[in-house]
Every structure is written in structure tokens, then in C-alpha cells.
Design a protein around this ligand. Structure first.
Ligand SMILES: NC(=O)c1ccc[n+]([C@@H]2O[C@H](COP(=O)([O-])OP(=O)(O)OC[C@H]3O[C@@H](n4cnc5c(N)ncnc54)[C@H](O)[C@@H]3O)[C@@H](O)[C@H]2O)c1
Length: 236
């Protein structure tokens, strides 16, 4: 039976691919974003809803509008803020934690409340990062937020299991989104530096990440895991 799948950050590079992947298996997709939700949703022919995942009033308004959700994909996130430990302003760390940690928590809490109330044996998939487990200089603020996303995943999985709700993460290495492709042009030293860290010698495509999200959303006996989609980078 078709599930209703809510994808946050659905207007972004990976979010669009996730929305398209659920559509391809005949699910009903609702794309939510703080920016350009309607435009991105119209491109895919799905419903678009504006939401700020850091704002509870906005979340409640969006969830009331959307109705029952079977699968939540916590994909919205901030990833463009970098800085080394000795330099990163505290306000930048706060911004990363506010969106990636507080936002993921609030969406999980509000959607899970509604699933429990309705008796929906649903699934939640979070977008983490292998950076939560493997450091790269200059990326520690972001990585700290993704380590917390993995902790929220385990926390939610162990507490929501009694309601039949499964919670997992997909943890990509660098993903070839339009933004990343522009920042790391093919043949550039920066692109080569990443490729040299990846045993399979290529970056993940957005479709590969989306396929892992669809898999975990339907993986009957899997909960509390964070699945690397990293070409083996964690092995090095
Ligand atoms: N691109 C990568 O290499 C990579 C690697 C590992 C993990 N990830 C994770 O995948 C997810 C998607 O990344 P992406 O590369 O598609 O980034 P992106 O910037 O293209 O998309 C992120 C989307 O989240 C939305 N968003 C930001 N703050 C929001 C808020 N408060 N409320 C609602 N929406 C908000 C943005 O508007 C944007 O559309 C992120 O969680 C990111 O951390 C990305």
C-alpha cells in the first residue's frame, strides 16, 4: 500500500532525489522545506509545504496541513559552515546544532507523537554523515551535529520500538550534489583529495543515497542503525 512520505529539506540536492525515489515506488510524497518548497514540489509533481524545522509552531502548522505521515525523512540540514577548532565562532556552531540537532529532534518528536496517537507503525530515516565518526579538519562543528543525529537515531529507535516505529540513519560521505560539484570541480586538487580517501574512488550519487533511504524506510527488522554510504571511506 502507498505510504505517505514526508521529506524535509526536499528542495535541496539530496532531498529532491529522495522524493523522486519514493515516488518511483508509488509512494505519496510531501516535500517540505524552509525555502522553495512549492517550486521543487511542482517540478516533481508532488505536494510542497513550507516548514522551518527549528520552529515548533511552524512544524505543528505543517503537520496539521499534511495529515497522517507513515515515513519521515529528516533530510533538512546545514552543511556549508566550516571552521577549524581554533577559529569557528560559537554562533556558527550554534547555527549548525540548532538546525541539524534541534530540528531533527523536533521533527522526530512531533511526527512520532502523531504516529503513536494513530497507531501508525511507521519509519523515520535521518540524514547523518560518516563525518560523525571520522574527522576532517575544518568540519568538526558539522561533524558534531551529525554525531548527535546518530545518537538521536539510537535514542528514538530504542524508545519508539514498543510502538512499532523504526528509526535509522543513512550516513553518506561526500555526495555529488550540484552544490558540491560546483565547489569541487572535476579534476580539481580538492576533488582529488576527497577521492584519495575513498577506496571505491568515486563520490556518492544523490540516487545512491536516496536508494539507501528507501531501503531503510522499508527494512522490516532494522532499527537504530546508521548505514554508511561512503565508498568504503570509513575503512581507511
Ligand atoms: N552533500 C553531501 O555531501 C552530504 C554528505 C553527507 C550528509 N549530507 C546530509 O544530507 C542532507 C541534505 O544535504 P544536501 O547536500 O542535499 O544539502 P542542501 O543544502 O542542498 O539541502 C538542504 C535543504 O535543507 C533545507 N533546510 C535548511 N534549514 C532548514 C530548516 N530550518 N527547515 C527546513 N528546511 C531547511 C534547505 O533549504 C535545503 O533545501 C543534509 O542533512 C546533509 O547534512 C550531505
Amino acid at each position: 500500500m502507498a505510504r505517505t512520505v514526508l521529506v524535509t529539506g526536499g528542495a535541496g540536492g539530496i532531498g529532491r532525489a529522495i522524493a523522486a525515489a519514493f515516488l518511483a515506488v508509488q509512494d505519496t510524497v510531501v516535500l517540505a522545506d524552509i525555502d522553495k518548497a512549492e517550486e521543487a514540489a511542482a517540478d516533481l509533481g508532488v505536494r510542497g509545504v513550507a516548514v522551518d524545522i527549528t520552529d515548533e509552531k511552524s512544524i505543528i502548522r505543517a503537520l496539521d496541513e499534511i495529515g497522517p505521515v507513515d515515513v519521515l525523512v529528516n533530510n533538512a540540514g546545514l552543511l556549508g559552515i566550516h571552521g577549524r577548532l581554533l577559529d569557528l565562532p560559537g554562533t556558527d556552531l550554534h547555527a549548525l546544532l540548532r538546525t541539524n540537532v534541534l530540528g531533527t529532534f523536533l521533527m522526530t518528536q512531533h511526527v512520532a507523537h502523531r504516529m503513536v496517537q494513530r497507531g501508525t507503525r511507521g519509519a523515520i530515516v535521518n540524514l547523518s554523515s560518516i563525518g560523525g565518526r571520522q574527522p576532517t579538519p575544518g568540519m568538526g562543528g558539522y561533524e558534531s551535529s551529525k554525531a548527535a543525529v546518530d545518537a538521536i537515531t539510537r535514542w528514538a529507535a530504542v524508545e519508539l520500538a514498543e510502538h512499532g516505529i523504526r528509526v535509522n540513519s543513512v550516513a553518506p560521505g561526500p555526495v555529488l550534489t550540484p552544490v558540491l560539484a560546483a565547489g569541487l570541480p572535476e579534476g580539481s586538487p580538492a576533488r582529488k583529495a576527497w577521492l584519495d580517501r575513498i577506496p571505491l574512488r568515486r563520490l556518492a550519487s544523490v540516487d545512491t543515497v536516496a536508494a539507501a533511504v528507501v531501503f531503510l524506510a522499508g527494512a522490516d527488522h532494522i532499527t537504530g542503525t546508521s548505514l554508511p554510504v561512503d565508498g568504503g571511506q570509513l575503512l581507511t
